[in-house]
Structure formats: C-alpha cells, structure tokens
Write a protein that binds this ligand. Structure first.
Ligand code: PNS
Length: 163
C-alpha cells in the first residue's frame, strides 16, 4: 500500500491561517503530513516549542492525515527519519522565492532523495506571516481573521490588553 509522507517544516511562531491552508492542501496530496516544528530557530521565538506544538495540534484537530513533531538540526535529516519523500513549503509573495530557492537547492544537495514541493495559499492568506501577525497584534491591531482561535487566545495571553 502506498504511504507517501510529506514533511512540512517551519518555525510556526505562531501557526497562522496561511500555514493551515498549506497543511490542508498537502494532506489532499500526500497520505500523511508531518508538521515539523524547528526547536531552535535562529530568530528567538515568541512561543516556546511546547506552545507552538500545542497551538498546531489544537488547530489541526480532526485532520487525521496530519501529525506534529519537533526537530533540531537539518530538515532533510528529519525528513528522512520520518520517511518523508518530500518537503512541503508554502509560497506567498515573490519575495519568498529567493530564500526558498536557496534552501531547496541546499536541501537537494544534502539529500537528493528528498524533493521539495511548493504550494500556494489562497489569495486571502497571501499577506499573512507569523511575524506580521505578532507585530500587528502587539501594536493593537486585529488579527482574529488571520489566525486560528487558539492562536488568537494565546496572543492575548502573551500581550494582555486593557478592557
Ligand atoms: O517557518 P520558517 O522560519 O520559514 O522555516 C524555516 C525552516 C525551519 C524550514 C529552515 O530554517 C530550516 O530548514 N531549518 C533547519 C536547518 C536546516 O536544515 N538548514 C538548511 C536548509 S537550507
């Protein structure tokens, strides 16, 4: 029986509707999608690894094709350890391309057996990123339509507002 596994790696600090869009699309294509949370991203995360995993798990609840794991080290090594044939990455705006291109070629060089597949979010999610969500929320803006409810609650706990 075929069991095509994809790894969707990222910082997920925190998960957004853009990430969920990619997870949904990937789970239609692959038999199983492992969402890999990078434990020590170069940028200091707002949420701990446990919080990022918990928010993801609560947000994908009900999608039986997916699971959440954590990793440190090379993404291609984690991909191999979970049996993934592909790394999935989301593409939003053209400025994503340069970095993704570089990562893809490096990952291919590190392990030519692991392919990278790019998926595009729906247009309504094109402008959403974890960093912009954190900034807008911190400055008092509304983010509820851009993140899952668990994430909006978590942001409110991190940055309590008056009233
Ligand atoms: O959500 P992000 O921050 O865009 O995800 C970036 C991520 C985690 C995919 C990337 O930083 C990564 O793969 N880090 C693990 C270390 C690694 O494998 N580096 C070589 C890839 S070029």
């Amino acid at each position: 029986m075929s069991n095509r596994i994809a790894l969707y790696p990222g910082s997920f600090d925190p998960v957004t509707r853009g990430h969920l869009d990619i997870i949904e699309r990937a789970s239609l294509i692959f038999d199983r999608v492992v969402i890999g949370v990078l434990q020590n991203p170069s940028k200091t995360p707002l949420f701990t690894t446990e919080e990022r995993v918990d928010l993801l798990r609560r947000s994908i609840d009900g999608n039986s094709h997916t699971e959440v794991g954590t990793f440190d080290g090379l993404t291609v090594d984690y991909a191999q350890s979970v049996g993934a044939i592909a790394i999935v990455r989301g593409l939003r705006v053209t400025s994503d391309f340069e970095n993704e291109f570089q990562m893809t070629l490096m990952n291919r060089r590190l392990n030519p057996d692991v392919h990278t597949v790019f998926l595009m979010t729906s247009f309504s999610n094109v402008f959403i990123s974890s960093s912009i969500i954190k900034e807008v929320f911190r400055l008092g803006g509304t983010i509820d339509d851009a993140v899952p409810p668990a994430c909006a609650e978590a942001l409110r706990r991190k940055f309590p507002r008056d009233g």
